[in-house]
Design a protein around this ligand. Structure first.
Ligand code: IMP
Length: 420
């Protein structure tokens, strides 16, 4: 059976949560493989909205095992809060979640360092979510991070926390001239989170290899999007992990040939939060209209998202690098408000063999116009029911990305999905 990977094809916020939730109904296991509390996956059940940050989106399907893989950086305090919010809403999820012993902890001081670094990096602010993601991955790669398994031994955990704080405070006080963080200010809260999390610690790789052996139905859930990949995105305006299909294997400890399907999730237009190049960005009324019609405000930070037209140059880059077997287009209903829709089909004078994402701020997008459909597609049940204008727009994306569309999402609710 293998692993079905769900991957964000753009700059994140494509609506992955809803698609993972849809496939979770038949999944035995849902596993997140990178990122942390920087993600905000929104799922609607009826009128009820759930925003998941670290817990995999499969949690709303009772009985689905939800694994948080080695490639993640886990904020224990935020995780404890997220779990207790789910419990308050009647979702008793403690036994459903497994946390990789070798994923790394986002310590309270990592969050503080993320904020300080953003506030003091004069001309190169990344616009991070300030959830401590970058500083935690940096410590992990420099081999001074704190793996989750450290929590299993109370004394070791305390000593590691103190040592880590000593190091972090040197940077905070000496480089940034800020006040040192005090151990007493966060230790009790961290301890309470530890108590809750301890029973969840597991060997995620081992569980998944067993599940593969047992031919279980496994989904991997990506956070952020391919264009924010540390190496293959618009560096340095990226996150610190690998949101694409390439991240699944190392983020979960499974062989790469275990991935048998990879579905790329794309919004029918484009959005981006934070700084960095965005060739098709609309800074005029159309951008504002997209933001308002699409409710384009960050699920984690509430920041207004930058909006623009669909970019098939970047779409093709992302689809081919990630080997998408199929794609899913979300928020198609939002474009219903437009008379004319532009699709970026090329960049002027672009050399196809070398798309340097670090320098795409200078490209000039070339567009093909598509007539709008001026109607509400929220109630459509099949692709055939869609207006012809929408079908031609979607088919143009399919052709450009050289990948078939399998699903079109027509509204926020769980049921508003059209299979192609
Ligand atoms: P970080 O991941 O918080 O370090 O932020 C780095 C960049 O990734 C910033 O531009 C963020 O806005 C962006 N980013 C991080 N997480 C998400 C997400 O879940 N959706 C969209 N953008 C994100």
């Amino acid at each position: 059976m293998g692993i079905h990977a769900i991957v964000g094809g753009q700059w994140g916020d494509e609506g992955k949560g809803k698609i993972v939730d849809y496939f979770s109904a038949d999944a035995d296991v849902v596993a997140r493989y990178q990122g942390g509390a920087n993600a905000g996956h929104t799922v609607f059940i009826g009128e009820e909205q759930f925003i998941l940050h670290q817990v995999p989106s499969g949690i709303l399907s009772p009985g689905t095992r939800c694994l948080m893989g080695t490639g993640m950086v886990v904020d224990p305090v935020a995780l404890a809060e997220e779990i207790s919010e789910l419990q308050d809403r009647g979702i008793d999820c403690l036994k459903q979640i497994g946390l990789a012993y070798n994923s790394h902890l986002v310590m309270p001081v990592h969050r503080i360092m993320d904020g300080i670094s953003e506030d003091h990096s004069q001309d190169q602010t990344i616009g991070t979510t300030r959830r401590g993601i970058g500083p935690t991955y940096a410590d992990r790669h420099a081999r001074r991070g704190i793996p989750v398994a450290t929590m299993l031994d109370a004394d070791r955990f305390r000593a590691a926390t103190k040592e880590h704080l000593r190091y972090a405070n040197t940077i905070i006080t000496k480089i940034y001239n800020q006040e040192a963080v005090k151990f007493e200010d966060f230790w009790d809260t961290l301890q309470q989170a530890r108590e809750l999390i301890l029973p969840m610690i597991t060997d995620v790789s081992h569980e998944l290899i067993q599940a593969l052996h047992d031919e279980k139905n496994i989904l991997s859930e990506g956070a952020q999007g391919v264009l924010l990949d540390l190496d293959f995105g618009s560096y340095p305006y990226v996150t610190s992990s690998h949101p694409g299909t390439v991240g699944v294997s190392v983020g979960l400890g499974v062989p790469s040939n275990a991935i048998t399907r990879s579905t790329g999730i794309f919004k029918a237009y484009c959005t981006r939060v934070g700084e960095g190049p965005f060739p098709t960005e609309l800074t005029d009324e159309s951008g504002e209209k997209l933001r308002e019609s699409g409710g384009e405000y960050g699920a984690t930070t509430g920041r207004p998202r930058r909006c623009g037209w669909f970019d098939t140059v970047l779409g093709e880059y992302s689809a081919s690098m990630n080997g998408f077997t199929d794609i899913c287009i979300t928020k198609a209903d939002v474009l219903g408000a437009f008379e004319e829709i532009e699709l970026c089909t090329s960049y002027k004078n672009q050399d196809d063999s070398f798309l340097n994402l670090q320098q795409i701020e200078n490209v000039q997008p070339e567009y093909t116009s598509y007539p709008g459909w001026n109607s509400d597609i929220a109630a459509a049940k099949s692709f055939e029911e869609f207006p012809e204008e929408l079908k031609s727009y979607l088919e143009a994306i399919e052709r450009k990305l050289n990948t078939p569309i399998s699903i079109v999402s027509t509204g926020p609710e769980r049921t508003q999905l059209v299979m192609k």
